[in-house]
Design a protein around this ligand. Structure first.
Ligand code: FES
Ligand code: FES
Length: 175
């Protein structure tokens, strides 16, 4: 038995016939080829599969693709817009927020959602936001600094002083 689903993924409407049991993480990776969303445990422990569903970070191994029918999904592939990195991506680059990179897509989607609702989070807020996600490499300090870098540079844009990222914020971060 299959069912028909329609959803907006990274700004584009997609339609597929799927089995009702298919998890969103597998739908994204295998049906849509969006392999930037990683799959680590399938038991809701690691958080590497985090994507945004209607702007909220969710572990896509705990969501059926059918539950996303009619909703909006953003994956790591949707962060960059028009050849411009999202400030979160730039922050991870500037502050060396990744080593192996396995946790990184999920971390960035969670961080993007955090900054969208709280533009100047404290270190504690950042650590709480990513507390459901495991990084085996960095010790988290550089991830926190990456998010702080993005917050500082987006804040500069909001004040009219940022040279590069205002365009990113308005065009790409909230698609
Ligand atoms: S694969 Fe989803 S939490 Fe680990
Ligand atoms: S960078 Fe390797 S798991 Fe986080």
């Amino acid at each position: 038995m299959t069912m028909h689903v329609t959803m907006t993924v990274n700004g584009s409407e997609v339609e597929r016939d799927i089995e009702p049991r298919v998890l969103l993480v597998h739908f994204l990776r295998e049906d849509l080829g969006l392999t930037g969303t990683h799959w680590g445990c399938d038991t809701s422990n690691c958080g590497t599969c985090v994507v945004q569903l209607d702007g909220e970070p969710v572990k896509s191994c705990t969501v059926l693709a059918a539950m996303a029918d009619g909703h909006t999904v953003k994956t790591v592939e949707g962060l960059e817009q028009g050849g411009q990195l999202d400030p979160i991506q730039q922050g991870f680059m500037e502050e060396h927020g990744l080593q192996c990179g396995f946790c990184t897509p999920g971390m960035m989607l969670t961080a993007r959602a955090l900054l969208d609702r709280s533009p100047n989070p404290s270190e504690g807020e950042i650590r709480e936001a990513i507390s459901g996600q495991i990084c085996r490499c960095t010790g988290y300090a550089t991830i926190v600094r990456a998010v702080q870098w993005a917050a500082e540079h987006e804040g500069a844009d909001a004040a009219g002083g940022g040279p590069t990222n205002g365009q990113l914020e308005t065009e790409g971060a909230h698609a």
